[in-house]
Design a protein around this ligand. Structure first.
Ligand code: PLP
Length: 473
């Protein structure tokens, strides 16, 4: 039988013939037989439907391509050059090596997650971090859950179910996506009692709202906006005293929440958890993956009696942290014991405090190389820009930074800029920038691996219509 005969009347090879080559063997070694057979069948069916002939080599190549596409990890590493350091959509804080090592070790083997080595009896998973959190914040007790939204849900449900939660109208926040304070309250089973106005709320407004129905008073950090002008808010110290007078818990949702004073590194002041507790909050809730620089988590610190009540709520079980994130969180909290070296060791803080001169110097070094790579595609320049902290921390403050600005050469349309941004996103390690004034801006504050960044830029080329596209691999 000749190869031609084997190809049959359709001009296509049989599955067997395609699988017989050495290259097919390598593909099977990589993906397993059944996936490769499926891919080959699909490729053959496609050609048959279109009525086009193809060689075994061509079919195998098409199969290899579709397998590579289908088997690629969906969640992938990216370069965050958006200028937003703690970008919620890009996974917020990058973790320090210490946390990665701890998380990997916890993944691999059984651990003392809920086991007390001394007594040989059941332990408490939050004990691994409670010691650190109380030490770093001055709180009596601490507890962890899945995220800050979960922390708030748990606190509201435990302390104010079927009763009222008093909140200022100026603090009924939406954090973005699916976090709106009134919705969380409804789900927690507490009734929202709004007081004051959008711009001004006074202590007397809270005092007038307190009654037999009151479950708690909540103060929420206005994370992602600032009201300016004719404004007034009831000071936390006064609210705490008022709550104490009526034996009602007073909770502050700090959002980002930091354990150290950022002024130390020349950043604007953000209220620390310790300060907030010192001003009288009974409980403070905050995120693990915002300014804290750790894994996704919701942290609750404050009075021991209240923390105990939260821990006993069945919702705690539904919201609890796994051993992997607890290990990473413990490793991050340990770094805070040595604040002098924190900015070197905690990536989130390292990026936030990166000096603008260093970022500019990085840009100067990259500029000629990037210019050369994009010579037919875009005009490249180094521009001053402002990075944001992100995740709703310090909404109005911005960090001076530098960016590579790429302006499409052949076309000046919005579509050309979009095409360029899309090509950059299509790279093996997607480069995520932002579009501003007809240019793609690549803020260099969060670029630390410039070798990997430069290495892949060759893949961007000029398409038929003058727009940037990705070269075929
Ligand atoms: C970010 C934020 C939240 C939500 O925290 P997650 O950890 O994302 O669940 C809640 N409240 C405030 C004020 C925030 O800034």
């Amino acid at each position: 039988m000749t190869a031609n005969e084997r190809q049959g009347r359709s001009g296509l090879p049989s599955v067997d013939l395609v699988l017989r080559s050495e290259e097919a063997g390598a593909l099977i070694g990589r993906y397993g037989r059944s996936l490769v057979v499926d891919a080959v069948r699909t490729a053959l069916a496609e050609r048959r439907r279109c009525g086009v002939a193809a060689s075994a080599v061509a079919i195998l190549e098409q199969s290899a391509q579709s397998l590579a596409r289908d088997m690629r990890m969906s969640q992938r590493r990216v370069f965050n050059l958006t200028g937003t350091v703690l970008h919620t959509n890009l996974g917020r804080a990058p973790l320090p090596e210490e946390a990665i090592t701890a998380a990997v070790a916890a993944m691999r083997d059984p651990t003392t997650l809920e086991y007390n080595i001394e007594t040989g009896k059941r332990g408490e998973r939050d004990d691994h971090i409670a010691g650190w959190l109380t030490r770093l914040t001055g709180a009596e007790a601490a507890l962890t859950v899945n995220n800050n939204a979960g922390a708030l849900l748990l606190a509201l449900n435990t302390l104010a179910e079927a009763r009222e939660t008093i909140v200022s109208r100026g603090e009924l926040i939406e954090i973005g996506g699916s976090f709106r304070l009134p919705d969380i309250m409804a789900r927690a089973g507490t009734r929202l009692r709004e007081v004051g106005t959008t711009n001004r709320t006074h202590l007397a407004d809270f005092a007038a709202a307190i009654g037999p129905q009151t479950g708690l008073i909540l103060k929420a950090h206005t994370s992602n906006f600032a009201i300016q002008g004719f404004t007034a808010a009831a000071p936390a110290v006064k609210l705490a005293a008022l709550a104490r007078e009526h034996a009602i818990p007073f909770i502050e949702d700090l959002g980002s929440g930091t354990l150290v004073d950022f002024e130390r590194w020349g950043l604007p002041h953000e209220p620390t958890v310790a300060e907030t507790l010192a001003q009288g909050a009974d409980l403070v809730t905050f995120s693990g993956d915002k300014l804290l620089g750790g894994p996704q988590a919701g942290l609750v610190v404050g009075r021991a009696e209240l923390v105990r009540r939260l821990a006993r709520n069945p919702l705690k079980r539904a919201l609890r942290l796994d051993k992997i994130r607890l290990a990473a969180l413990e490793a991050v909290l340990r770094l805070y014991a040595d604040p002098a070296r924190l900015a070197e060791r905690l990536p989130a803080l390292r990026l936030l405090t990166r000096p603008v001169d260093g970022i500019k110097a990085l840009g100067m070094g990259l500029l000629p190389v990037v210019e050369q790579r994009f010579q037919d595609i875009a005009e490249v320049s180094l521009v001053e820009t402002k990075s944001q902290i992100g995740s709703g921390a310090l909404p109005v403050s911005v960090l001076p930074s530098a960016a590579l600005a790429l302006r499409p050469l052949r076309q000046r349309s919005g579509a050309a800029v979009e095409a360029l941004a899309r090509a950059l996103r299509g790279l093996p390690i997607p480069v995520i920038g932002r579009i501003e004034a007809g240019r793609v801006l690549l803020d260099l504050r969060c670029l630390e691996d410039e070798v990997a960044f430069l290495e892949q830029l060759d893949a961007v080329t000029l398409g038929k219509h003058g727009a940037a596209i990705l070269a075929k691999p």
